[in-house]
Design a protein around this ligand. Structure first.
Ligand SMILES: C[S@@+](CC[C@H](N)C(=O)[O-])C[C@H]1O[C@@H](n2cnc3c(N)ncnc32)[C@H](O)[C@@H]1O
Length: 234
């Protein structure tokens, strides 16, 4: 078996792009339909943005949803097969770029909101993206991340940062070669924001109505309103 790594994540999503697009479009993931889709849309709209970038946009559902209310919405993903589906469905501008490429300056433009919906799966790739996050945001702009709640996603394993084996349990048999993912504790997630010049404004914990457990966690962090930090470090 190849070592678990950021590279393996993109490799896996390339193999499952068609299957993923079909699953999202038919609403196969119950927690999304019941809780988390609405939660992320509301979180973005609550900041009244004019320009939004959805990073790790997949087949583009969130871009399409936001574009009904927001003038400029851009979707970015490393997997060409997913971006092709997004372009075919329309509703926004879509680009192929990995987080590493974004960190190297692949995306030009400044956004009021950068949103990452269940798309921050790796270790170094996510750190690289967060390093670039302030350069993607207008002064006072916000980064909104929805992810698995660490207290729930931890399961029975030790509550320690580290790579976890992926699984397509609950998905169709045509899903193959699941992507590994990097488990982050709550402390790790909050440090990703604070270590990269983003002040954590809010943590939201959408609750699943059936289980009464968190279906996800949403972190919202902002750049300085006057970008003083970046001015002094430039
Ligand atoms: C669980 S899917 C979520 C897709 C979408 N945000 C949604 O809500 O349906 C994770 C997405 O992250 C993307 N992704 C993971 N690592 C990436 C990287 N290093 N660069 C760009 N995209 C990446 C994958 O290609 C995939 O589309």
């Amino acid at each position: 078996m190849k070592p678990l790594s950021d590279e393996k994540i993109i490799d896996s999503w390339k193999k499952n792009a068609r299957q993923w697009g079909a699953a999202v479009q038919v609403g196969q993931i119950e927690s999304r339909e019941v809780v988390t889709n609405k939660a992320i849309v509301e979180a973005v709209l609550s900041y009244s943005p004019e320009a939004v970038a959805d990073i790790g946009c997949g087949e583009g559902w969130l871009v399409r949803e936001l574009a009904r209310r927001i003038t400029q919405v851009v979707g970015i993903d490393a997997v060409p097969g997913l971006i092709d589906q997004a372009k075919a469905a329309g509703g926004g501008d879509f680009f192929v770029a990995s987080y590493e490429a974004i960190a190297d300056g692949a995306i030009k433009g400044l956004f009021d909101v950068v949103v990452c919906n269940f798309s921050l799966l790796g270790e170094e790739s996510v750190q690289a993206l967060f390093g670039a996050m302030p350069s993607l945001l207008k002064p006072g702009g916000v980064c909104i991340v929805q992810t698995l709640h660490p207290m729930v996603a931890c399961g029975d394993l030790p509550y320690i940062d580290g790579w976890r084996e992926g699984s397509w349990a609950g998905f169709g048999s045509d899903f193959i070669d699941p992507a590994p993912w990097y488990f982050r504790t709550l402390e790790n997630w909050t440090s990703l924001f604070s270590d990269n010049g983003l002040r954590l404004l809010e943590i939201r914990e959408p609750i699943h109505p059936k289980t009464q457990k968190p279906a996800s966690i949403i972190f919202i962090g902002a750049t300085a309103a006057n970008n003083a930090m970046h001015a002094t470090s430039a």
